[in-house]
Ligand binder design. Structure first.
Ligand code: SF4
Length: 350
């Protein structure tokens, strides 16, 4: 068992005397200890017992890559040698409104089953869910390796978060807890392809977590070309679940919309998206498509992106055109991991 998957009360139940639990939590989350041996105010025999009973590290950094815009990308290896990616984004226009933040984009699965047509993570299917400890430890390791205090979390990395619901929620409760990372629920955004029953369950959670839905098409016909999940949960059902979230939480939500040249970037789509956004009082993040090796789609021109944004604004919808961050380090979801695995399986590649 990994100790970072435990709630404070669970760890307290396992400790004798009980106050040892708070000492351990201090070492893990405040002092970011890398081994039980570093926990020097615990008796040596107790440390040995901890090391025998628990794992402390759930991820291991294989490499980090800096982009010119200060985005930093981490490739982590797990205990079964699976690879996942995590990205540190110093500022994310469109995701939050402050400018002095450090946002970590975390992964929730190894690979992904949803096969969105623009995404490298879905190319080879899903291997497994991440454990709660593997999700929490991405944030801790990024914080330790970068030396930056993480202020915001976006769950938008590899995998579909709501397909790993129980582990995700456990991890987010730990990330939010004052005895652990203490990151406010309003600073945590979970992004989904639109798993309708899970969106409703998410809306009923007591934590005030933010919701972002990857829309990428304003009609079923267009969305189905990009997102196979739309066949299972068509727009009518998805938008009803979004409406349930907005009315249950009394919070704004966000739609993510990747603009793909000639596929979903017509002014007709903008008009329909504008009507959806206005009805749900949702914000729209527009993201120019980031080309993926092996896929033929292209990014629209800057003018075309601007025209789409303008059309949304004329409908009274707040729409940001996200400036790309990290394109030179393969920041598009899943690309660094795929490249690393291909390099390993190609004998002549350095
Ligand atoms: S965009 Fe997200 S949900 Fe879609 S295939 Fe990629 S990782 Fe999966």
């Amino acid at each position: 068992m990994n100790i970072k998957a435990l709630y404070r009360e669970e760890l307290t139940d396992l400790c004798d005397p009980a106050y040892r639990a708070d000492q351990i939590l201090q070492w893990i989350y405040a002092k970011q200890a890398g081994s039980f041996d570093e926990m020097t105010n615990l008796p040596a025999a107790f440390r040995q017992k901890l090391a025998a009973d628990f794992q402390l590290n759930a991820v291991h950094a294989l490499k980090t890559r800096n982009a010119t815009d200060t985005t930093e990308k981490f490739l982590f290896q797990l205990h079964d040698h699976s690879l996942i990616e995590t990205v540190l984004i110093p500022a994310t226009p469109g995701l939050t409104t402050q400018s002095d933040r450090h946002t970590v984009c975390v992964s929730t699965q190894v690979g992904c089953a949803y096969g969105c047509k623009f995404c490298a993570s879905g190319l080879e299917g899903v291997k497994r869910n991440l454990t709660a400890a593997e999700i929490v430890d991405q944030v801790l390791h990024v914080q330790k390796l970068s030396g930056e205090r993480v202020s915001n979390i976006v769950v938008m990395g590899m995998g579909e978060p709501l397909a790993n619901y129980d582990n995700l929620m456990r991890a987010l409760r730990i990330i939010n807890a004052p005895w652990a990372l203490g990151i406010g629920a309003r600073k945590i955004t979970v992004s989904t392809v639109g798993i309708v029953p899970r969106i409703r369950q998410f809306a009923d959670e007591p934590m005030q977590l933010r919701l972002a839905v990857s829309l990428h098409g304003a009609t079923d016909e267009v969305r189905e070309k990009i997102m196979p999940v739309n066949k299972k949960y068509p727009l009518k059902e998805l938008l009803a679940a979004c409406d349930y979230y907005v009315n249950t939480k009394h919070r704004m939500m966000t739609f993510e919309y990747i603009l793909i040249d000639g596929v979903n970037d017509t002014l007709d789509q903008a008009r329909i998206l504008g009507a959806i956004g206005r009805q749900l009082r949702a914000k729209v993040n527009l993201i120019p498509y980031n080309p993926v090796e092996g896929l033929s789609w292209k990014r629209p021109t800057r003018d075309r992106c601007k025209a789409f944004q303008h059309a949304l604004k004329t409908h009274g919808v707040t729409a940001t055109l996200r400036m790309e961050k990290g394109t030179d380090i393969n920041a598009a979801c899943g690309q660094l991991r795929l490249q690393h695995e291909r390099n390993l399986s190609t004998p002549n590649t350095v």
